[in-house]
Design a protein around this ligand. Structure first.
Ligand code: ADP
Ligand code: ADP
Ligand code: MG
Length: 646
């Protein structure tokens, strides 16, 4: 076993790796950027090395600096986590050249799976079923259109270098093919510097089922499947294991296909073989096709750990340090069912807009596993993925696990940033998902019901009033004078821009009547438990920096009322294109003097792993381009100015 390793990553996955390392007595070295100087992964590590600026290109992508840090601290191996350098074969070679061990597969194996077209060719050779389609060299648009006709619509255009759902277009009709190809190629070129695309049959009612594999460089085993069909923009939202409706025969066939894929490239370490599955009418042993292989530990690996009892990071460390595969296939089995939900700082009703903010309060229930790279007080910065945590639950059956997930999400408390918590919770209550009948289109189809924006009920508002009046106990400092029996007190505060005025009568230090408008509620506290109109609740009131959060099934936030701070709304300015969030300008398509049409893509902003197209709000002529490719911009920064209308 290693004595010391360096973790070339940040956030929850760096923390996750360190936890296992610590348990195995392996010392850990963290690396960090400017923005992460005070981060949780830095605190957890035995040593930490500063490697550069906040932008990934200046720090977490600096292979040379990271290898130097490993050498200087005496680390023997480098764990790459996921993302950043984890699937970069040149980095793997440099690590080996420096005499260090890369905790993951060989550069050759990564290269073999790096491009989707080459990977598919390889899989066909290995006898693994792949989605019918064209994945050759010829990129002539007319030729590709003819191939699409041959495959039969609908088809999917995919960037061969693609990842994270980028460079992908669904085309339903032949007449839309040419335009879709141009836009996929454009996105692929900006995102990956490689415009090449492949064409695939679009599987209808598709389910995404993937197989966890683990190899020692020669042989591989599989640790069963995960179902990741709940997706938005081809990105996973809730994952589970095992897959609902899976039969022993299909599991065997998929598992063996996964093992074949891994062994075909001499795979070492943890990997995932992704399949697209025809979900119309039951799973079939001839109804799944290889999509791609991810040559690293996957975000959703904890659901596999939950049902197998295996610590995949421990296996990675054991095998990378020269040990054999810890278990044989026959020793692996499935116990119960597990779910993982990805908690993000994002504004769901606003189209899942990534958010930033300082998490003034953060708490997870004790009976769920929460893998998180942030603590209360930490900031979700614009530089990285806005994930706050992964909430993982395990139960004897799928139904039990799903109900545990709903409870765990209800009991998760976040203040300081908008989150997708209510969206995740709505998913746990979705009937089709509950029945295990989902396909990858479920979220898009039912977005209106899922993208709920829960509004605080009158009970929640009354509880908030006690927070502002410093009468909610625990977090509220004692005001030092007694109010009970005294005349009513009032509290003024703001909820979603509206002022609320509450009249509070205290019957005792822990018992109140709160009146807001027409509604009156009796609120009583015993210890930390709130009784509302006589009924016991799990509500919690937290006061922070002049604001109050009430956690009552969902997270609700109230602001102190400041008469001087009357917001002046700026009013929309359709002449100016601004950055909707802090980010990196990936591309600028506008030139001074150019005529543009409403909806034209004028620039691409990359923020938190996602690309956002910035569109012209009206027809007009570009007056000024105030930014350039590669610029890091703040939220609200002016990017492109159109000429005033004549
Ligand atoms: P990425 O590298 O971006 O993860 P994938 O090839 O893994 O790209 O595909 C991402 C997602 O797109 C899949 O999880 C699935 O939801 C959808 N998808 C991919 N290929 C197909 C297909 N042939 N038919 C239907 N959906 C597909
Ligand atoms: P739960 O998960 O306990 O059913 P919900 O997530 O359904 O709670 O909460 C939805 C709304 O119902 C919230 O606005 C919350 O204020 C309110 N609520 C939750 N529990 C109670 C309760 N015991 N009594 C009254 N209102 C409640
Ligand atoms: Mg994928």
């Amino acid at each position: 076993m290693f004595r010391k390793i360096l973790i070339a990553n940040r956030g929850e996955i760096a923390c996750r790796v360190m936890e296992t390392a610590r348990r195995l007595g392996v010392r850990t070295v963290a690396v960090y950027s400017d923005a992460d100087a005070g981060a949780k992964h830095v605190e957890m590590a035995d040593e930490a090395v500063h490697i550069g600026g906040s932008a990934p290109a200046e720090s977490y992508l600096r292979g040379d600096v990271i290898i130097q840090a490993a050498l200087e601290t005496g680390a023997e191996g480098i764990h790459p986590g996921y993302g950043f350098l984890s699937e970069n074969p040149d980095f793997v070679e440099s690590v080996a050249a420096a005499g260090l061990i890369f905790i993951g597969p060989s550069a050759t194996a990564i290269r073999a799976m790096g491009l989707k077209d080459a990977a598919k060719a390889l899989m066909i050779k290995a006898g693994v079923p792949v989605v019918p389609g064209y994945h050759g060299r010829n990129q002539d648009p007319a030729f590709l259109a003819a191939e699409a006709d041959k495959i039969g619509y609908p088809v999917l255009i995919k960037a061969v270098a693609g990842g994270g759902g980028k460079g992908m277009r669904l085309v339903e009709r032949a007449e839309d093919f040419a335009t879709a190809l141009i836009s996929a190629q454009g996105e692929a070129q900006t995102a990956f510097g490689n415009a090449d695309c492949l064409i695939e049959k679009f599987i209808t009612s598709p389910r995404h089922i993937e197989v966890q594999v683990f190899g020692d460089g020669t042989q591989a085993v599989h640790l069963f499947e995960r179902d990741c069909s709940l997706q938005r923009r081809h990105q996973k939202v809730i994952e589970e294991a095992p897959a609902p409706g899976m039969t022993d025969a299909v599991r065997d066939a998929m598992g063996q296909a996964g093992v074949k894929a891994a062994e075909a490239i001499g795979y070492a370490g943890a990997g995932t073989v992704e399949f697209i599955v025809d979900g119309s009418g039951g799973l079939r042993a001839d109804g799944f096709w290889f999509m791609e292989m991810n040559t690293r530990l996957q975000v959703e690996h904890p659901v596999t750990e939950a049902i197998t009892g295996v610590d995949l990071v421990e296996w990675q460390l054991r095998v990378a340090s020269g040990g054999p595969l810890p278990l044989e296939q026959k020793d692996l089995s499935i116990n119960g069912h597990a779910f993982e939900a990805r908690l993000y700082a994002e504004d769901v009703p606003k189209g899942f807009l990534p958010a930033t903010g300082t998490l003034t309060h953060l708490a997870f229930p004790d009976d769920a596993r929460a893998d998180s790279g942030v603590r209360a007080g930490d900031t979700i910065s614009p530089f990285y993925d806005p994930m706050i945590a992964k909430v993982i639950v395990h139960g004897a059956t799928r139904r039990e696990a799903l109900s545990k997930l709903e409870n765990a999400l209800s009991a998760t408390e976040v203040a300081g940033s908008v989150t997708n918590l209510a969206f995740l919770k709505a998913l746990t209550r979705h009937e089709v998902f509950a029945a295990g009948d989902m396909d990858t289109g479920l979220i898009d189809r039912d977005l209106d019901v899922l993208a709920v924006d829960p509004i605080a009920c009158s009970k929640t508002r009354a509880l908030a009033a006690l927070g502002f009046a410093r009468l909610s106990g625990e977090n509220a400092p004692d005001t030092g004078f007694s109010l009970w029996g005294s005349p009513p007190q009032t509290a003024s505060y703001v909820y979603r821009g509206d002022m609320l005025e509450a009249r509070i009568v205290a019957q005792s230090p822990t018992s109140f009547t709160v009146e807001i408008g027409e509604t009156v509620h009796a609120l009583e506290r015993t210890g930390s438990v709130w009784f509302v109109d006589g009924a016991k609740t799990r509500a919690k009131v937290v006061c922070l920096a002049g604001n109050v959060s009430v956690f009552f099934g969902n997270s609700y936030h109230f602001e102190g009322y400041d008469p001087l701070d009357q917001q002046s709304s700026k009013g929309g300015n359709s002449n100016l294109i601004e950055a909707p969030m802090p980010g990196l300008v990936k591309a600028v398509f506008a030139e001074v003097g150019q005529s543009v049409k409403e909806g034209d893509r004028l620039a691409v902003l990359e923020a938190m792993k996602m690309e956002h197209s910035l569109l012209a709000a009206r027809d007009g002529v570009v007056a000024e381009v105030l930014t350039s490719e590669g610029a890091q911009v703040e939220a609200g920064a002016a990017l492109i100015q159109l000429e005033e209308d004549a």
